[in-house]
Ligand binder design. Structure first.
Ligand SMILES: Cc1ncc(COP(=O)(O)O)c(C=O)c1O
Length: 480
């Protein structure tokens, strides 16, 4: 009887641990035997009566241990049949402290959202503002005002679209600053743009859309969100004029970053803007305008929103992640009327609504103009940082081209064909304690793409920026 416990050659070496108790010791021994393969998948374990007698423990102890291992997936039990070792073993637990695979100590999926590894003295990866300049005092004052005046109702569940105070404040702000055709009734507050994109993708999928066109290069995390909703991602090529909206995609929607293409940095040309809205009107497709850094333009006034030119066909999406902080998880969408109800329902089903307190504080910040003041100061700071980056590269790494308009919180640096490639630059950067993000990570289909780096000049604290720039320039030196 090959599958009989006593003839299978298994030796549990069960020595009850005085600190743990007999049942714990039995469970540990069985888990160990299964993990190491001493107990093979499918093998029958002895009856509770037989094992209890063999070990000199109460039968209830063995029954309890078996029940626990069935619950954990190590064993399977069926009424009237022998208890057996499960065919599919539970995943091996990782030894404590095992690092997840990925750059700079972060898991691969996290990309630039992973914190820099402790070995990185400098971080120039894109994706966040200088968190040292978060307007903590203004936020505190607004919080105090909100908590003093709002009353208990502020803590009750509310409209899935979000607090009316914030929707009203945003409608005024977005009309004034970004030329958005905004109405508080058509605004849905989300937990960041990422959630808004996911909700839209689900609503579109429910309505029969099978694919969304997304800029190539573009944000890999956003492609993953769309794919997760079961939609195909059609690459929309990008050139110096922004996304190729003049090449109508086979898709039910297109996601664009018109003010400042992410990550290449072009502003969508007027002809391309018209092509996008014409495509939407002609095909009934939807344009999603990701206006993630629209407030930050340094060489001229920011280009107004695309949504303002075709509000019935464009979703305007904004976020506090660049102006304030990404961990606030505060984003907003201004929707065409027909999408308000389905998106609000998707939001209600996802998480009822975005936490009210943060919404109320942001509303207070906006209506009191502390938000405008903060953005103005940030714009000046980032402009100086970008100028310093361009100047430092001009002097110390003139072979590296800075692509894109003077805007936003990041710049694309193109590496020359005859110099070190992305892998070598990344290796040098790691050795120098500098966290960087290669352009390659932004491509869905990387064949034939240019080589470069996407540099987030807003990421370091002000006190560390000069040293980070110095590290970057030394990493980008042409000859070793
Ligand atoms: C292209 C782009 N869109 C949107 C966002 C904002 O995302 P969220 O509001 O989810 O933080 C980011 C932030 O890094 C971004 O890079």
């Amino acid at each position: 009887m090959a599958k009989d416990w006593t003839s299978s050659g298994v030796d549990l070496h069960l020595e009850p641990d005085p600190s743990g108790g007999r049942r714990d010791a039995l469970e540990r021994a069985l888990r160990d035997a299964i993990r190491t393969g001493r107990l093979a998948p499918g093998a029958a374990v002895p009856s509770t009566r037989a094992l209890a007698a063999q070990l000199g423990v109460a039968r209830g102890t063995v029954t309890a241990a078996y029940d626990q291992l069935v619950a954990e997936g190590y064993l399977t039990a069926r009424q009237g049949a022998a208890t057996r070792v499960a065919e599919v073993r539970p995943a091996e637990p990782e030894p404590p402290g095992t690092p997840a695979p990925g750059p700079s100590g972060g898991p691969a999926w996290a990309g630039s959202w992973a914190p820099a590894g402790t070995e990185s003295a400098h971080d120039l990866r894109p994706g966040r503002p200088d968190l040292g300049t978060f307007p903590a005092s203004a936020w505190l004052r607004s919080t105090r005002r909100v908590l003093t005046s709002a009353g208990p109702e502020a803590h009750a569940l509310g409209d899935p679209r979000g607090r009316p105070e914030l929707r009203a404040a945003l409608a005024d702000y977005l009309r004034r600053v970004r030329g958005v055709d905004a109405d508080p009734e058509r605004i849905v507050i989300t937990s960041g743009y990422a959630q808004g994109l996911g909700l839209l993708a689900r609503v579109l999928a429910d309505a029969g859309t099978s694919a969304i066109a997304m800029e190539e290069p573009g944000h890999p995390y956003h492609r993953m969100i769309v794919a997760r909703a079961g939609l195909g991602v059609v690459p929309l090529p990008v050139d110096d004029l922004g996304a190729r909206t003049d090449l109508p995609p086979e898709a039910g929607a297109m996601v664009l970053t018109p003010a400042h293409q992410y990550p290449a940095g072009a502003t969508l040309a007027p002809t391309r803007r018209r092509a996008a809205t014409a495509w939407a009107r002609e095909t009934g497709g939807l344009v999603v305008e990701d206006d993630y850094d629209g407030e930050f333009r340094y060489d001229r006034l920011p280009v107004g929103s695309l949504q303002g030119t075709a509000p019935g066909h464009v979703v305007y999406a904004g976020t506090a992640s660049k102006t304030l902080a990404p961990a606030l998880r505060l984003g907003w969408m201004v929707l065409p009327s027909a999408l308000v109800e389905p998106v609000a329902e998707a939001k209600r089903l996802a998480d009822a609504h975005t936490p009210s307190l943060g919404q109320l504080v942001l509303a207070d910040l906006i209506t009191g103009h502390a938000y405008d003041r903060h953005v103005r100061a940030a714009r000046l700071r980032y402009r100086r940082r970008r100028d310093a980056l361009v100047e430092a590269l001009r002097r110390r790494a003139p072979h590296v081209r800075v692509l894109g308009v003077a805007a936003g919180l990041h710049a694309l640096l193109l590496l020359p064909d005859d110099g070190p490639g992305e892998d070598e630059v990344m290796a040098r950067a790691a050795a120098r304690g500098l966290a960087l993000q290669p352009l390659g990570e932004f491509w869905q289909r990387p064949d034939g793409r240019p080589r470069g780096l996407v540099v987030g000049y807003s990421t370091p604290l002000q006190s560390g920026y000069t040293a980070a720039l110095d590290a970057l320039c030394s990493v980008l030196r042409y000859k070793t």
